[in-house]
Design a protein around this ligand. Structure first.
Ligand code: SF4
Ligand code: SF4
Length: 147
């Protein structure tokens, strides 16, 4: 179990870092003190339990990768790059396999800790599948970096 959680956290951080790089590069939201190109000061975070007066108190891959209609419309290159990253994640999702669970367990404003808690609660069989898929992802990333 410890191996699984450690690897999950490692992959989570890797995907989060890649998604953050895309957002920083394209700056699709154009955030200022007044808000973003689509919304006011709460952006698209209104009602979230992780939101306080200083902004987001956690990190969530789903939020990092999600773009609203306006952001996608004005920065289609960002949408394309993010879709490519999502495809990279899905490459390892054989027949709705385990990275699909990662993806879905990350859905909906969950923090990394909340996603990790979900992984810890998965059935044994799903944990084994997930571990195998995370290893595939890591191996594929290693190959990418060495080419
Ligand atoms: S995704 Fe849309 S609503 Fe959310 S911060 Fe970006 S521009 Fe604003
Ligand atoms: S978790 Fe997502 S929706 Fe919630 S405050 Fe953070 S960025 Fe906003």
């Amino acid at each position: 179990m410890d191996d699984l959680l450690q690897l999950y956290a490692e992959v989570y951080d890797d995907i989060f870092r890649r998604a953050s790089g895309i957002i920083e590069y394209y700056d699709p939201c154009e955030i200022t003190d007044c808000g973003c190109i689509a919304e006011g000061k709460d952006f698209c975070c209104g009602g979230c339990s992780h939101l306080d007066e200083d902004g987001c108190t956690t990190q969530s891959i789903w939020c990092k990768m999600w773009l609203c209609y306006t952001a996608e419309k004005y920065t289609p290159e960002c949408k394309k790059a993010m879709s490519k990253l999502k495809d990279t994640m899905r490459t390892h999702d054989k027949f709705h396999g385990s990275l699909g669970y990662i993806w879905y367990s990350l859905m909906g404003r969950k923090s990394k800790e909340e996603a990790l808690n979900e992984v810890a609660r998965m059935k044994d069989r799903h944990q084994q599948e997930l571990l195998a898929e995370l290893k595939n992802y890591k191996e594929a990333r290693g190959n990418e970096k060495s080419t």
